[in-house]
Design a protein around this ligand. Structure first.
Ligand code: FES
Length: 568
């Protein structure tokens, strides 16, 4: 264990002992495994406001297994109260987490995630620090309910807001719904980004089996917290580190699970970032290849019918993994010290839950949880969730572009009664990517103009270089790369240009001649985007594009040399 440097090793040890005593420890205590508990409690991060008792339970587990638990804080960010977007700060949390794990005298760490960007940031930090680590979360909220219908944050935030704007529900009703959208402690309880990344962490082997779907309010979560405390001490004794667990084959398991649960497009960015920190050969081709060969078996919103609480009763992520076992690399090591196959060996799915987890041979859909689109509009790729499309005829569609050059301009004009837009138009949002926004906010589910909502329109083709929440839905094409702000073709689109989408053939084409595009390229000027100082300056100078995981270029594995996989 490294010591504070004073140029005198014995003095460093002497002074460190004084301050151990200052904390109430004696000499022999530090011969035990020292377990850092990365406590992300925050009263501002709504999804982490309940985690203090879970931290205490983890501590108990650590002590029961013979370790010393020491809590430490890192940055904690929640989706709803972080401006302009938590994604701007994911890399900052990852750096904070990595450096605190490396700098402090701890042998292993339990990371407490939950809200969307916390969990991927912690995984990124943990793999770069590469000390034994286990991820735990505050867990998803329990189901909400309104007039006999299940409510889910935040798919229903969007669904009912759209209905309110269309005039089909009243102000009283929208206020009553608002009061019930987030009914318990925990993170969003549909298969949004938070639940998706937790689920992927189980498939990666970085979280104890069952921890992703167990609701925040269940006694079982306290037991899992205690078990996590015990497991990290064993992991330290076995010296099993994240780089041994997160291999290319483990990453394939996580991506396959992502597709089988119809998970969030945000997970593509986060898993790519984690993989690139380890120099793994994972890129958008990997996601497309695995998506095409993975049936969707979890019937969870926003793609399906149920929520995380229902999935918990059906057996949680271990049950999903068990069902898809023939598609997995079962010999991959996990934080239990056993393989993925050993972890799920005794899992059984009761037939009463077969509407929640479908059999592999009778899936909900044969493939295509997330599709990777290519074309002259997005040479480095764009994503769509085909099963979250409401109006299926839009999966193959040709329409004229209605272009917004920024999020602000979109907000100002989208409901202008004079906006020239029809249900067949394609809404395009530019300059909302990693550099342009900055931070690639979740504005990709461009609102349907109110005048079309009132005509009964609930879905349109929408294209942007930003993201959408994992809880969102519709014919929404995201992550177009390269983004507009760095000269990507999405920035060259003009009002009235024809665009053709063909999801089946994975195509997204701007139907403008190459000569015309070249002329526009010559006349293109980068928008004024640069922050003049501070973290946002650093971010805009160094953030990578969506297809590269939006990490900082200087944080990736320095020997990264991605090979091309499939040409599709
Ligand atoms: Fe934290 Fe949805 S707001 S997960």
């Amino acid at each position: 264990m490294g010591k504070t440097s004073y140029g005198d090793n014995e003095f460093s040890e002497f002074i460190r002992m004084a301050f151990r005593r200052h904390l109430g420890h004696d000499e022999s205590d530090f011969e035990k495994p020292v377990i850092g508990i990365c406590n992300t409690f925050s009263e501002i991060n709504h999804c982490h406001s309940h985690i203090k008792p879970l931290v205490e339970a983890i501590k108990q587990g650590v002590i029961m297994e013979g370790g010393i638990p020491l809590e430490f804080p890192t940055i904690s960010i929640g989706e709803m109260f972080t401006s302009p977007t938590t994604m701007l700060y994911r890399n900052l949390v990852a750096m904070d987490t990595e450096e605190m794990i490396k700098a402090q005298p701890i042998d292993g760490t339990v990371l407490i995630g939950g809200c969307d960007k916390m969990t991927p940031a912690q995984l990124m930090g943990a793999v770069s620090a590469n000390k034994p680590a286990i991820l735990f979360t505050g867990g998803p909220m329990a189901n909400g309910e309104y007039k006999g219908k299940t409510l889910g944050a935040c798919s229903d935030c969007r669904h009912y807001w759209q209905e309110y704007k269309a005039g089909t529900i009243s102000e009283t009703e929208i206020n009553e719904i608002n009061a019930r959208l987030a009914p318990t402690a925990g993170h969003c309880m549909v298969m949004g980004s938070a639940s998706t990344i937790s689920a992927c962490a189980e498939a990666l082997g970085m979280m104890l089996p069952g921890a992703a779907a167990t609701p925040a309010t269940m006694n079982e979560r306290m037991r899992l917290a205690k078990e996590t405390g015990k497991a990290i001490v064993r992991l330290v004794k076995q010296n099993i580190r994240p780089a041994e667990i997160i291999t290319e084959r483990a990453m394939e398991n996580a991506i396959r699970l992502l597709m089988a649960i119809g998970g969030s497009t945000n997970a593509v960015i986060h898993l790519t970032a984690i993989a690139r920190r380890l120099g793994l050969n994972i890129d958008l081709n990997t996601f497309e290849e695995i998506s095409r060969s993975t049936p969707i078996i979890a019937n969870i919103r926003p793609n399906g019918k149920y929520q995380m609480e229902d999935l918990y009763y059906a057996g949680g992520i271990p049950a999903v993994l068990k069902e898809m076992a023939p598609l997995l690399n079962l010999d991959e090591l996990t934080v239990t010290g056993m393989t993925l196959g050993e972890n799920i060996k005794n899992v059984e799915i009761d037939p009463v839950y077969r509407d929640i987890i479908a059999p592999l041979d009778k899936p909900l859909h044969n493939s295509g949880g997330i599709a990777v689109l290519k074309g002259n509009l997005c040479p480095d790729g764009a994503l769509i969730k085909p099963k979250a499309v409401i109006d299926k005829k839009l999966l193959k569609h040709k329409g004229k572009a209605v272009v917004f050059s920024s999020i602000q301009e979109m907000e100002n004009r989208i409901n202008d009664p004079d906006l020239e837009v029809t249900p067949d138009s394609i809404l395009v949002l530019q300059n909302a990517g990693p550099v342009g926004a900055p931070g690639m906010p979740e504005a990709g589910m461009i609102p349907i103009p109110e005048k079309l909502l009132k005509m009964g329109i609930r879905d349109m083709v929408r294209i942007s270089d930003c993201r959408m929440s994992g809880t969102a839905f519709g014919t929404v094409i995201l992550h177009a790369a390269p983004e507009a702000a760095v000269g990507g073709p999405i920035g060259l689109i003009r009002d009235g240009d024809w665009i053709e989408l063909d999801v089946e053939n994975r195509k997204l084409e701007l139907l403008v001649s190459e000569e015309e595009l070249e002329e526009r390229r010559q006349n293109w000027h980068p928008p004024k985007i640069s922050a003049e100082r501070g973290y946002t300056w650093l971010y805009q100078q160094h953030v990578l594009q969506a297809n590269e995981g939006c990490d900082f270029d200087f944080m990736q594995d320095k020997n990264l040399n991605l090979k091309k996989r499939l040409a599709y």
